[in-house]
Design a protein around this ligand. Structure first.
Ligand code: FES
Ligand code: FES
Length: 157
């Protein structure tokens, strides 16, 4: 089935088999390997991408479900200047250790800051609740998102 969708800012037309998962399309056919697979069951958030601006688990979606929609992966977030503060803050605060959860965390953080420029720590925790990290204890990640939000707010003063 030929499907048209937007991927990281560009329109794409692809033949998609009915049973292909979105994560497999991204990683194996489109070489967008920044999106990680952890559990494969919707529990860890490592595979998070944005679907029309909202975080979704790409391991739970069929690629054919994205017809007519917009997908943004960690590669798209990293190439978008609006989100540079998030990537920098993750590095500066030590929020990246093994790094396996980081793409999903950063994608979820980008969705949060796109809709809320002044998130409280509780709002950050809620926004990242679907993203698991086994290394950091989460405090550095929350600090990184909070720092990124402060910088975005300062820039817009
Ligand atoms: S790999 Fe998709 S939620 Fe864990
Ligand atoms: S940094 Fe290792 S899982 Fe989060």
């Amino acid at each position: 089935m030929k499907v048209r969708f937007k991927l990281n800012g560009k329109f794409v037309m692809l033949d998609l088999p009915g049973v292909e998962r979105l994560i497999d399309l991204l990683r194996e056919r489109l070489d967008l390997v920044g999106t990680k697979e952890g559990c494969g069951k919707g529990e860890c958030g490592a595979c998070t991408v944005l679907l029309d601006g909202k975080p979704v688990c790409s391991c739970l979606m069929l690629a054919s479900q994205i017809a007519g929609h917009e997908i943004v992966t960690i590669e798209g977030v990293a190439a978008d200047n609006r989100y540079a503060h998030i990537l920098n803050a993750f590095e500066e605060t030590g929020a990246v250790q093994c790094g396996y959860c980081s793409p999903g965390m950063i994608v979820s953080a980008a969705a949060l800051l796109a809709r809320n420029r002044h998130p409280s720590d509780n709002e950050i925790k809620r926004a990242l609740a679907g993203n698991l990290c086994r290394c950091t204890g989460y405090s550095k990640i929350i600090e990184a998102v909070s720092r990124a939000a402060e910088r975005v707010a300062q820039e817009r003063k």
